[in-house]
Design a protein around this ligand. Structure first.
Ligand code: MG
Length: 211
């Protein structure tokens, strides 16, 4: 389950190494329960960690992103990266970088990219999931939709991970944290320790009483 640190370091993204290693370890555990799925793959940094974990059980990581950048990555916005702007289409395009990352990380037999909005991919979904990692758009509407359409596919004992959890509003946007709190309030999940801004919840086993 070695992660190629050089590749990680040269891959664009917003993920701390400690969070990445937690993703890898959770995917390694979860991939014995079902396939794993991430929302918001961007250039593939988190995909390297999750995909490496999935390899342990020869399972699959579905990686969803429309690859046109989220709200805050558009021209003129705080996280816009001109290197990822495609002048031909006039849009941000992260798919090219993402494919390069998959190739360089030798993950082409592990990762299935789904290039669309997450709720479109969810429309006909029926594969049970051992892990769902939500790291897509950071508006409440987008983050809540991701939770709403994917959490139901997590198997009992499987995991829901949410990135960019900031309990203190001064540290960052509140939408992922609000969704994290909603997930806990649902009574379906138990809280596991967080790693920096990575929230980790586990779906209760079937028949277990929720306190
Ligand atoms: Mg994030």
């Amino acid at each position: 389950m070695d992660v190629d640190y050089e590749l990680v370091n040269q891959t664009k993204g917003f993920l701390d190494h400690a969070e990445g290693l937690r993703l890898r370890d959770m995917a390694a555990a979860a991939s014995s329960l079902g396939a794993c799925l991430e929302i918001g793959s961007y250039c593939g940094k988190s995909t390297i960690y999750l995909g490496t974990g999935c390899k342990k059980n020869k399972n699959i990581l579905f990686s969803i992103d429309h690859h046109m950048g989220s709200e805050e990555q558009q021209p003129g916005e705080e996280y816009f990266d001109p290197e990822l702007f495609d002048p031909d289409s006039g849009c941000v395009d992260t798919f090219k970088q993402f494919r390069k990352t998959l190739k360089n990380a030798a993950l082409e037999d592990t990762v299935v990219p789904l290039v669309c909005r997450s709720e479109v991919a969810a429309r006909k979904w029926s594969t049970p999931l051992g892990l769902v990692f939500i790291d897509g758009g950071h508006s409440f509407e987008t983050a809540f939709t991701d939770y709403n359409v994917w959490a139901r596919h997590i198997v009992h004992g499987g995991y829901l991970l949410i990135h960019d959890i900031f309990p203190n509003p001064a540290d960052g946007g509140q939408a992922p944290y609000d969704v994290y709190k909603l997930a806990m309030a649902s009574g379906l999940f138990k809280k596991l320790p967080t790693t920096q801004t990575l929230g980790v919840l586990q779906r209760y086993e079937c028949g277990r009483l929720v306190k």
